[in-house]
Design a protein around this ligand. Structure first.
Ligand SMILES: CNc1nc2c(CC[C@H]3O[C@H](OC)[C@H](OC)[C@@H](OC)[C@@H]3OC)c3nc(N)[nH]c(=O)c3cc2[nH]1
Length: 372
């Protein structure tokens, strides 16, 4: 039985290239993880998500516990079978979504009670319940139940919230138990305060996890403040375990995070923005709904090998977007996810060759180019 393992294969400055081995397959790092919130990466068949180069995708505890419920997915054979994705799945613990989506929430030492944003039914999430849900879903990488404080927050609020999350991390570990081949990741909190971030990292490392997330970022603090935390926070975490930055981000956020020692990231951006016509390319981004594309016979990017760029013109993509045709979401999502995976592949190769600085310079230069 392959157990869960992480090997750093090369480093270049703080950047690392590695591989996470799991019973359901390997995850090449640095890795970008497409978001499959309600058991689907929207507008994509799982085999097409794989074709973009993804080794792992995300599921969402909060959404799935409400609908169709974790118990139903368990009865039907687990999330992998349910959504026809047999490679690794990481699920978030649900706390973040409760604070951002649910109505009528009550936060206590025990956990969070809330009313479903779907039908108003009452639910409770605790570290123990979150571990049970993620076990029922069958996810390979389980996230601790934590609290991500909303900004703006006073130092005391951030400190109190972080310490609650650390107590919840211990309860999560206790409830997770011993599950060979499955991993439990702790989530560092502490806002933008180095002392709190270090206290959180120490607490998590003492409890001991298979990987560590840097939480509490990408919540509106801005790129400069986020990079400011990433200039020191990953270094507080064990070198030989994966580091996961939650909820990030735009292409330049991703590059800056890998440069600062992050191994895994997730973001709704490439899939969600694909549905709004936002297209990411190596020369920057464009919005296909802009009238300037309606007669343009060129592909989005003539060097991109995705189906949208190989087979369709900007004029066509403009037309199907304007006409709200379903194929528009399919092609633009596929292109954006493909492009994000191209960035990860480029960084993995660059780190392996000790060329990350040069690769980063060409990445930024490509975006200075004029008309895209
Ligand atoms: C955007 N900035 C962002 N997202 C943070 C997520 C959620 C990630 C979550 O973000 C969406 O949920 C809302 C995704 O669904 C749409 C989830 O994918 C399933 C994804 O789960 C990993 C955090 N989750 C936890 N547990 N703790 C965090 O501190 C945290 C910080 C985040 N910042």
């Amino acid at each position: 039985m392959v157990k869960f393992d992480f090997q750093v294969q090369a480093t270049d400055g703080m950047a690392r290239k590695g591989v996470i081995s799991t019973p359901r397959g390997d995850v090449r790092t640095p890795a970008f993880m497409p978001v499959g919130t309600a058991a689907t990466v929207k507008a994509m068949l799982p085999e097409n998500v794989r074709a973009t180069g993804a080794d792992i995708l995300l599921g969402n505890t909060y959404h799935l516990m409400l609908r169709p419920t974790a118990e139903r997915i368990d009865r039907l054979g687990g999330l992998h079978k349910f959504m026809n994705w047999d490679r690794p799945i990481l699920t978030d613990s649900g706390g973040f979504q409760v604070m951002s989506l649910a109505g009528l929430r009550k936060l206590t030492e025990a956990g969070v009670t809330f009313k479903s944003h779907i039908d108003g039914s009452k639910h409770e999430l605790t570290p123990e319940r979150s571990m049970e849900i993620q076990r029922l879903l069958g996810s390979d990488i389980v996230m601790c139940f934590d609290e991500c404080p909303a900004l703006p927050a006073t130092d005391k609020q951030v400190a109190d919230s972080m310490r609650l999350s650390m107590r919840w991390a211990a309860r999560s570990k206790e409830a997770f138990g011993d599950r060979p081949g499955h991993a439990l990741f702790g989530i560092m909190q502490g806002g933008v305060t180095p002392e709190l971030r270090e206290e959180s990292a120490k607490a998590l490392t003492e409890i001991g996890f298979d990987g560590y997330a840097v939480g509490g970022l990408a919540v509106g603090e801005g790129q400069e403040a986020m990079f400011g935390v990433l200039d020191y926070a990953p270094g507080f975490l064990p070198h030989d375990k994966p580091r996961y930055l939650m909820g990030v981000g735009k292409p330049d956020d991703i590059v800056g995070a890998v440069k600062r020692g992050i191994d895994m990231m997730d973001c709704v951006l490439p899939s969600r923005s694909g549905r709004t016509g936002q297209v990411f390319t190596r020369h920057g981004q464009l919005n296909i709904k802009n009238a300037r594309h309606q007669d343009d016979p060129r592909p989005i990017d003539d060097e991109c090998t995705c189906p949208a760029c190989r087979n369709y013109s900007r004029a066509y993509l403009h037309h199907v977007f304007r006409s709200q045709e379903i194929i528009s979401s399919m092609l633009l999502t596929w292109h954006n996810l493909h492009y994000f995976q191209q960035i990860m592949d480029g960084m993995r190769q660059a780190i392996a060759q000790g060329m990350f600085t040069e690769w980063e310079a060409s990445f930024h230069k490509g975006r200075e180019a004029g008309d895209i």
